[in-house]
Design a protein. Structure first.
Length: 193
């Protein structure tokens, strides 16, 4: 009986170790499902059950997003940095970190992170748009124009992209171009209503 208990305990521990080794992959579907259902605490706790060294960049990103939902900006910032540490080419983490810095008016840091987001995903229009917003805040309208044109190239159906580009052209003294993009803005807005 004693041998049976020891053998059973060894099998249990071995089984738990192998199941734990596979946790991130096994839990990703459940994590995504919980997050999509807005069960933030459950999502966060499930990710916490995964050992840190086994968490993916996406896991860290979701934890950061949850902290943003709870208005814990400093915690979110650290979690996004952990996401980047897990995968230094994970554009979503740079984008979200850039959004934090943009909201804090840390334009240089925001610009740096949006540039990295576009470096690692060349077709990610929101990063170009926010990069354009950084340049507008910095008063660099030529760079803002370039970034906003890239945003529109990759996603031409976003009204705000056109509106901000119209504003930039106006600031550059190019009223005709400004009107073209203001017309695009109005057309998109009218189609959305």
């Amino acid at each position: 009986m004693k041998k049976f208990l020891i053998y059973s305990l060894i099998l249990l521990v071995t089984g738990l170790q192998s199941a734990f080794a596979e946790e991130p992959a096994n839990y990703d579907m459940e994590i995504n499902s919980l997050y999509a259902a807005n069960k933030l605490d459950d999502t966060f706790n499930l990710i916490l059950s995964i050992p840190q060294e086994k968490r993916s960049a996406q896991h860290w990103l979701l934890m950061g997003n949850i902290m943003m939902d709870y208005k814990k900006i400093g915690d979110a910032e650290e979690l996004y940095k952990s996401s980047i540490n897990a995968d230094n080419k994970f554009y979503k983490a740079y984008y979200n970190l850039g959004n934090i810095y943009l909201s804090q008016n840390k334009i240089d840091l925001a610009t740096e992170n949006f540039k990295l987001a576009t470096k690692y995903n060349k077709e990610f229009a929101p990063a170009y748009y926010n990069l354009g917003c950084c340049y507008i805040k910095a008063g660099d309208f030529k760079k803002a124009k370039s970034a906003l044109l890239d945003a529109i190239y990759y996603k031409s159906t976003e009204a705000n992209y056109h509106y901000n580009l119209a504003y930039v052209y106006k600031q550059l003294g190019k009223n005709k171009e400004a009107q073209v993009y203001l017309d695009y803005y109005n057309k998109i807005e009218n189609n959305n209503n």
